[in-house]
Design a protein around this ligand. Structure first.
Ligand code: ADP
Ligand code: MG
Length: 382
């Protein structure tokens, strides 16, 4: 049974009749890591797994939502003080509140939803959840909010109701994604452009280290401060440098003696990464996936040695990929744990998967989770 059938049947049995059904997607980011807060590019795409929801206004002022995956109901009103208990319901409550704050209409409705994005694996299941509801409510109530606003609704939900200070990338990709495409987003201007991503003869696979992001938040703040200090030093000579991503490599050289060695290395990574996103885009327009893969390895090197946000397990997974002649491999996401994303030629796939599983279990005593991903469509009505 498809997820669509599943949620529609559950809806009929709980509430009777049918609603309208919407879906949205999780996301990957092929390249462009730690560039967002430096005003640089990210390069995400929606994936084929996501969240599917059936919904219908119920004429009252209470929202009733059934989560198939958590096997439970949440009922809440739409005023600020009606924040529900369950974390999963807070995402939905947040989307309602943020829609109302932007002048959209939301009244009581009934909904059933389910998903197939693995939770907490770095594929942004939370953005998929927000986007599915933001898109669906916008359609059901005819609010006419544009897609950027829908992405902002998801982002503000994370900030204001779920305690995650995220950027716009996840929700952007989840709303705007298209099957067969990745999207280059300029985080400073919010200009974006679709690029074809049809890696025929290759597979994209995530290998989950199972390591949790422990150091992540303090290290993240340290990295941000390093970048700000480097940008400030460069700005004294080149006032046009608003964000670090505006700087050229040679401008960074000019201030080498004025900043710490550590800040220098952090900045070197960021400036290199912004260029790598552009190089990947050029390579994709020629369908040159070997170059894309090489750039992914360069990103991993930079994240590990210059930006220092990798960890032993992720470096190990990266080395195994190299040894198996995988085309490209790098840590995906903020670092300190999570997955590597790997671009693997079809004929090497089986060998890589069995080698990485056995080598990782031998060293760390547990098998890494393997997740195949393909691009998919973002928010839409089914
Ligand atoms: P991720 O990196 O996957 O976005 P988060 O911790 O940000 O991880 O978001 C995961 C949370 O999103 C879950 O704890 C849950 O509250 C909600 N969520 C995601 N997918 C589902 C689902 N299929 N059903 C219910 N809630 C979900
Ligand atoms: Mg999330």
């Amino acid at each position: 049974m498809s997820i669509k059938q599943l949620v529609e049947e559950k809806f009929a049995s709980l509430f009777g009749g049918d609603g309208r059904t919407f879906a949205s997607a999780g996301r990957i980011n092929l390249i462009g890591e730690h560039t967002d807060y430096n005003g640089g590019y990210v390069f995400p795409g929606a994936i084929s797994c996501g969240i599917t929801v059936t919904m219908r206004p119920n004429g009252g002022d209470t929202v009733r939502v059934w989560s198939v995956d958590f096997d439970g109901m949440s009922e809440f009103g739409l005023a600020e003080e009606d924040l529900p208990e369950q974390l999963w319901a807070r995402y939905i409550f947040g989307v309602c509140r943020e829609t109302l704050k932007r002048g959209g209409k939301v009244e009581g409705f009934d909904a059933v939803f389910a998903g197939d994005v693995p939770l907490g694996a770095g594929l942004s299941s939370s953005a998929a959840l927000e986007s599915a509801f933001a898109f669906g409510l916008n359609e059901v109530y005819g609010n006419g909010l544009d897609k950027f606003t829908l992405a902002r609704i998801g982002q503000s939900t994370e900030h204001n109701y779920c305690g995650t200070k995220c950027g716009i990338m996840d929700q952007f990709a989840s709303v705007f994604g298209k099957q067969g495409s990745l999207i280059r987003l300029n985080c400073k201007t919010l200009e974006y452009k679709y690029f074809p991503f049809n890696p025929e003869g290759y597979r994209l696979v995530l290998v989950d280290s199972g390591v949790k992001h422990q150091l992540a938040s303090s290290a993240y703040n340290d990295r941000r401060h390093s970048c700000e200090r480097a940008a400030e030093a460069i700005r004294k000579r080149h006032p046009e440098v608003e964000f670090l991503s505006d700087s050229k490599r040679i401008w960074l050289e000019e201030v080498r003696e004025e900043i710490s060695q550590e800040d220098f290395l952090r900045a070197e990574y960021v400036i290199g990464e912004v260029q790598r996103v552009l190089d990947v885009c050029d390579a994709l327009e020629r369908s040159d996936y070997e170059t894309v893969g090489e750039l992914m390895y360069q990103t991993h090197f930079g994240l590990s040695r210059l930006y220092e946000v990798s960890c032993e397990e992720l470096d190990f997974l990266n080395r195994i990929a190299r040894r198996c002649e995988v085309t490209g491999s790098r840590v995906m996401g903020g670092g300190f744990g999570g997955c590597t994303v790997n671009l693997v030629r079809d004929e090497l796939y089986d060998g890589f998967i069995s080698t990485v599983k056995s080598a990782y279990s031998e060293k760390y005593g547990r098998e890494p989770r393997i997740l195949d991903v393909v691009t998919g469509d973002g928010a839409r009505e089914l």
